[in-house]
Design a protein around this ligand. Sequence first.
Ligand SMILES: *Cc1c(COP(=O)(O)O)cnc(C)c1O
Length: 384
Amino acid sequence: MNELSVDTKNDATHTHHRPTWADIDLRAIEYNFKQVRKLIGKDVHIMTVVKANAYGHGTIEVSEVLERSGVDYLGVATTDEAVRIRDHNIKTPILVLGSVLPSEVAVAVERDITLTICDDELLDAIRSRTAHGGRLKAHIKIDTGMGRVGIWHEDALGIIKRISSEKGILLEGIYTHFSSAGRDDFFTAYQIEAFEKLLSSIEKNWIKIPLKHAANSIATVDFRRSHLNLVRPGLIIYGMYPKHTFPKLIKLKPALELKTKIVFIKDTPPGRSISYGRTFITQKHTKIATLPIGYADGFGRKLSNKAEVLIRGQRARVVGKVTMDQTMIDVGHIKGVKVSDEVVLIGRQGKEEIRTENLARMADSIAYEVICGISNRVPRIYKR
Ligand SMILES: *Cc1c(COP(=O)(O)O)cnc(C)c1O
């Protein structure tokens, strides 16, 4: 990190002075994508999920690198995320995974964005937008047990028939989503069976839908039957493991490292309290350092008195409550420690590593929440 690092895609003119940043290794993302390609074979399409700012890694930079690597589809949560990708001249097909309102149909048709259809509500808007030409690309979402958006699988055939005969709709795909992949194999098998049953009755009715998909990261790695002809990995593309047993099945490289520098150190005698609420009291003479990162950056309060960070290749513990902008650590045992020393909160330093998955466990959370919680205040520095 230096003072002139520029976060190009977010704010082209902004330079950063506070020494807190995230290094994003785009080569790791390319590597992870290729690992997924190797694992599933070349007959299955890949839709990489880049919603929520590509899980905090930067939608545009990540989408560009995946497009160059030959990804078949990008998955996002909202129409706005899709429009932003199109604004950066990325041509890869994009599916909006969430349910949208009729007011979003026009822009989807104009910008070649594929929408998810979960009911009849969009049909009027689609008819009026396409009456004089143009077509909406759509995937139908089936609920086989997620209990979120989607048509219940038992009731789906009628609406699929109606949608497939709409002139203004190019029905390109159909999909479902697992609620408990990797946690409840019985229920996951029930979900895929329900989906397969629906797919075969669609075929019996002579309705052709080219893309059929169900698999998130866990099912991509560990449930081949669910691959159908497209998989939708998110987390593994960024190099995190959704289950602790997965390093045996696929080798991934974490793409994000979260770093800062010590901005202040003081000698502290025994019996002094550290931070709000005095939850930590020094037991002996030590050195307490302050880091310019806090929960407003995504380093959560639940990590107070728990998380460790890396300095000079050694571990140091967070002491006291994490505050909005600053966090204290005990560095009494680290020889030669001084202001400006680089500190790793997520990532590697020397032989030591702190993984997002470990931080998440400590914070009573999941890797997904930790990684997409790293806020806009933290500039992303790209390695290409
Ligand atoms: C987020 C999401 C995914 C990706 O999930 P991972 O567990 O990150 O692989 C796939 N499908 C849908 C519908 C999603 O919302």
